[in-house]
Ligand binder design. Structure first.
Ligand SMILES: Cc1ncc(COP(=O)(O)O)c(C=O)c1O
Length: 369
């Protein structure tokens, strides 16, 4: 067992799920668990969400959906990124809902389902301004009508995705208006879907009018929600990253620490070595800005982030080998949040969480155990 581990707090996952449920009312919650459940563990997190009663899960790729089915997950699973022919066949075999963005893909799914006497569930994906996936909104109705002539398909959903629901109200409103127009054009043709969904976390927090029959939160489940410029305190971060001090050494003025002698002591101090590095997902760009918590106090990482270890200037505070080190999370009254690490490494909290590598064991803690 490594000294370093990611503690995944299932009580907080539940708190976040419950908060979402309250906010979205009757809308179905499609929990986004792509990319290893944002670093928290695809199968374990999905099992807990299924136990909590989540309506749906969403993954990016078919192979993630297959992993979930093989692990016994039974709730509907939506595949968000349309990939290739092979993934289409597997999506039908494993009963995964597919996000369809053109007639050709719908036809391939239909052909495969028909040839194998199966039915396949699809959601029509409309590009309302993200410019990444989905059919062009201006002829979405025509494409959808054509697709709906195909056999062996269940037309479950209509969906789109926001580009900047956290930060740009005007553009989000513009996308929402486009989506509503597509919905009403289809309604004129008497085409309706049981599950219309567009809202991700930012939209759920900032645009309640974008909550239709379903919502697709990802980062909210893991505890990070921003309302405008403030944080929504109902949501609790699920992941903490812990390690331990494994050695201590005294350095004298002029002595150095780390590759390239990145740190040169100006006074006598103590350096604690902690076995976590960029191989575990600690971003090297943080080398000059990373702090950790030991005995409830913040200490600076010095000498650069190595692949497997960091060195921490712990001064003369009497830190001991075996003391707990927190890289992400709370210790006594001090906290290091994903927001802090994201800001300091010029990225987003999503990347901080998904970067925690597979080498770091995930420990699932429930009811404090
Ligand atoms: C298509 C789609 N829907 C929903 C989400 C969830 O977004 P968030 O984590 O911001 O809630 C994502 C994540 O990037 C996505 O790509």
């Amino acid at each position: 067992m490594r000294a370093t581990f990611a503690k995944i707090n299932i009580d907080n996952l539940y708190t976040n799920y419950k908060a979402l449920r309250e906010i979205v009312g009757k809308a179905k919650v499609i929990g986004v668990v792509k990319s290893n459940a944002y670093g928290h563990g695809l199968i374990e997190v999905s099992r807990y969400l299924q136990e909590f009663g989540i309506d749906y899960l969403a993954v990016a790729f078919v192979n993630e959906g297959i992993e979930l089915r093989r692990a016994g997950i039974e709730v509907p699973i939506l595949v968000l990124v349309p990939e290739n022919d092979l993934s289409i066949e597997a999506s039908v075999e494993y009963n995964l809902d597919y996000a369809v963005e053109n007639y050709e893909v719908a036809k391939k799914i239909s052909d495969y389902a028909k040839a194998n006497s199966k039915r396949a569930r699809i959601h029509f994906y409309v590009d309302t301004g993200m410019g990444r996936d989905g059919m062009p909104y201006n002829n979405a109705a025509e494409i959808i009508k054509e697709c709906m002539k195909l056999p062996n398909l269940d037309f479950v959903g209509l969906m789109s995705h926001f580009a900047s629901s956290e930060s740009d109200g005007t553009y989000t409103k513009h996308q929402l208006d486009i989506f509503k127009k597509v919905i009403s054009d289809l309604k004129d043709e008497r085409i309706e879907f049981e599950l219309v969904h567009i809202a991700n976390t930012g939209a759920i927090a900032n645009f309640p009018e974008s909550i239709f029959d379903g919502v697709r939160p990802g980062i909210a489940l893991y505890g990070y929600v921003r309302n405008g410029n403030s944080f929504d305190m109902r949501f609790k971060p699920v992941m903490e990253v812990h390690s331990k001090v494994i050695s201590l050494r005294k350095v004298l003025p002029g002595e150095s620490v780390g590759y390239g002698r990145a740190f040169i002591a100006t006074h006598t101090t103590t350096i604690a070595t902690v076995p976590i590095g960029y191989g575990d997902g600690l971003k090297r760009i943080l080398s000059d800005a990373l702090f950790c918590l030991i005995r409830g106090r913040r200490y600076k990482v010095v000498g650069g982030i190595c692949m497997d270890e960091i060195m921490v200037d712990v001064g003369m505070d009497g830190i001991k080998i075996g003391d707990e080190v927190v890289l992400l999370g709370q210790q006594e009254n001090e906290t290091i949040t994903g927001w802090e690490l994201a800001r300091k490494s010029n990225t987003i909290v999503y990347e901080i969480l998904t970067s925690i590598s597979n080498r770091v064991p995930r420990i699932y803690v429930r009811n404090g155990q």
